[in-house]
Design a protein around this ligand. Structure first.
Ligand SMILES: O=C(O)COP(=O)(O)O
Ligand SMILES: [Mg+2]
Length: 232
């Protein structure tokens, strides 16, 4: 599978560019500890990541990916604000880049692709993490999970990128580790690449209809037919 005529590459963040679970798990467990609740193993928390901070908090309070419908809204608000304040202090302590991410983004950027982050993570954390890991200058735009009324798997963030940059969905490619990324791309009429090494709630990324599935981030370069200068 090769992609042609792609100008804009939309990247998911957590589970795609960065392994942020160590810092997320630490902050979730600090929050649970502050509320006198039992902490969870990192692997359990990993399977809850991908739908934004509020959903992660509700899953942690429920002790399950399936949110307890009887959670008290005021209690959730309090827990979320505790989680966010702990995460704010530990946003990039043990977070790492996945293999080949930096070199691949560098190459795509210098080849003239326009690079955008579309994440469900709250926007306030995104640029600080990108700066810390030396990726910030590659991205001309960041859309967070709280930047708009809806987030992935809704297509709103992706459509917003198209409108803001003045491009059509057919000239964009969404790249992510979770079904939320693939479903959002499909709903926005965009092609997509799924990456196998991320979180995806323990599910197989092959089963969600991605245009292509890759094991290695560096494979993105080979999957793209290079943008060529117009010939006169
Ligand atoms: O739920 C999160 O915060 C992670 O979001 P992402 O995988 O869309 O970057
Ligand atoms: Mg992700």
């Amino acid at each position: 599978m090769k992609f042609t005529n792609k100008d804009v590459l939309l990247f998911d963040l957590d589970g795609t560019l960065i392994d942020s679970v160590p810092d997320l798990a630490l902050s979730i467990n600090q929050m649970l500890n502050a509320l006198d609740m039992t902490p969870y193993p990192t692997d359990t928390i990993r399977s809850w990541v991908g739908n934004g901070a509020a959903v992660l908090t509700k899953r942690a309070l429920s002790g399950s990916i399936d949110i307890d419908p009887d959670l008290d809204a005021t209690y959730v608000e309090k827990a979320l604000s505790i989680f966010l304040s702990f995460y704010d202090k530990n946003v990039c302590v043990e977070t790492t880049l996945y293999p080949n991410v930096k070199s691949t983004l560098e190459s795509l950027h210098s080849d003239g692709y326009r690079l955008v982050i579309v994440t469900n993570k709250p926007e306030q954390f995104v640029r600080p993490i990108l700066k810390h890991l030396g990726l910030n200058d590659f991205f001309e735009m960041v859309v967070g999970g709280d930047s708009l009324p809806k987030r992935k798997p809704d297509p709103m963030q992706l459509t917003y990128v198209c409108e803001t940059l003045g491009v059509s969905p057919s000239s964009c490619l969404m790249i992510g580790d979770s079904k939320n990324d693939i479903f959002a791309a499909t709903a926005a009429d965009m092609q997509s690449i799924g990456l196998t090494y991320g979180y995806n709630h323990g599910e197989d990324i092959n089963s969600h209809g991605a245009s292509l599935v890759l094991d290695n981030f560096a494979g993105i370069i080979e999957a793209l037919v290079p943008i060529t200068e117009p010939t006169y």
